[in-house]
Design a protein around this ligand. Sequence first.
Ligand SMILES: [Zn+2]
Length: 299
Amino acid sequence: MPWFKRAEKGIHTPTEQKKETPDGLWYKCPDCKTVTSMAEHRKNLSTCVKCDFHDRIGSKEYFAILFDDNKFTELDENLTSGDPLNFVDSKPYPQRIAATQKATGLKDAVRSAYGKINGQNITIACMDFAFIGGSMGSVVGEKIARAIDHARKTRTPFMMISKSGGARMMEAGFSLMQMAKTSAKLALLSEEGLPYVSLLTDPTTGGVTASYAMLGDFNIAEPGALIGFAGPRVIKETIGKDLPKGFQSAEFVLEHGFLDFIVDRKQLKQKLTDLLSMIVSEEAFAKPKAKATKVSKAS
Ligand SMILES: [Zn+2]
C-alpha cells in the first residue's frame, strides 16, 4: 500500500487562487547553470555564487559599488545626441535614441560622476551596454572628454569603465573622431601627472579598445571579459586559421601582456583604493606639476 493516498479526487484550484512565482526572482548562471535568488545574486554584486561568472551590470551598479555610500555628483547629465547625418536604418536615428532613452532611462551610453572612494576623491566615467550596445558616439566622446577635464581641474584621479561594441555606426565619422578627442585629453591628463585607471569589462571591443580603454596607466579587467578589436569571426576569416582557446578573454589578453591585472568585482573597490593610495601622494595633488622648460628654438 502506498504511504501517500489521495483522499479527495478531482481537486481544482481556481485561477485566482493559484500562486505564481513573479518574474525576475531567480537568477540562473549562464555558465554553470546554478540557480540563486535575485537578491542573493545582487548581494554578490551580480557575480555567480558558485563559479564567479561576472554578469553584465551598468553605470548605476558600478557607481553604487565604488562611490562611498553611493554618493556622487553626476556630470553633464542631460547631454543627448544630435543627428548630424540624418541617418536612417530600420528607423530614423532620433527615433532610435528616443526609444532607447525611454526603455533604459539613460540619456546615452556613458555616465560620468565625481565623488569619493574610501575617502579618496575620484572622477569616474562608466559605459552602459544597454544603450545601443554601449556604442561610442559624439555624446560618449564628449562626456568622457569633459570628465577628464573635470579630473584635471579638480586634480583627481580618473577612472574609465568600458563596456562597448565599438563606434556608433549611426554617427559614422563623428564616432571615429571621438577616439582622437578622448586620447588627446588623456595625454593632457598624463602630462599633468594625474593617474588614469582603465577598467575593461565584458565586452570591450572596436574603437573603444583602440582608444581610451587601452590608454590607462593601469589597464585592468574583470574576469572572463571579452576584450578585442575585431570580432573572432572576422579575424578567423582574415587569417584563415583556427583561433587559440580562450582567444580574446581577459585571461588571454593578460597573458599576452596587454593588461596589468584582472580584478574580481567583489575586490574592485579595495584594490582600487590600494592602488591609488600607492601612487597618489598628497603633495602631488596639491599643485600642478611644474611645466617642462621650453627648449628655445635653435637659431
Ligand atoms: Zn556560475
